[in-house]
Write a new protein. Sequence first.
Length: 118
Amino acid sequence: MIIKVPVVGVTFEGRQLILESLYNDQENSVTLTGRLVREPDNKYDPGAIAVEVQSQKVGYIPRALKALKKEMAARMDAGESIPVVGVSISKSEISGREVYSVRLDVEIQEKGGCVNGK
């Protein structure tokens, strides 16, 4: 099953500059690749899952997707890979400045007939 997931934290730690460059690559027909990385030692969120695009950290899976994120973290902690099968970077204008955002297509293998194990 493919799930579309927004990425949060894209405005911190210079990530907008990274995203601007990646957006330009995308506009020049470069196929962007993504990867999920567990951060169990993250001081803000022990369930943190970082998002890398072209090997550069661009943000995190949102806490608001609590059940999905919990399941993804558990699977990753058990050694399972969660494939990112698509990356899309968009640009919008907010208060006169360009802001970049990221959305992933993540492939979750169903277990027992559904994603969350119920």
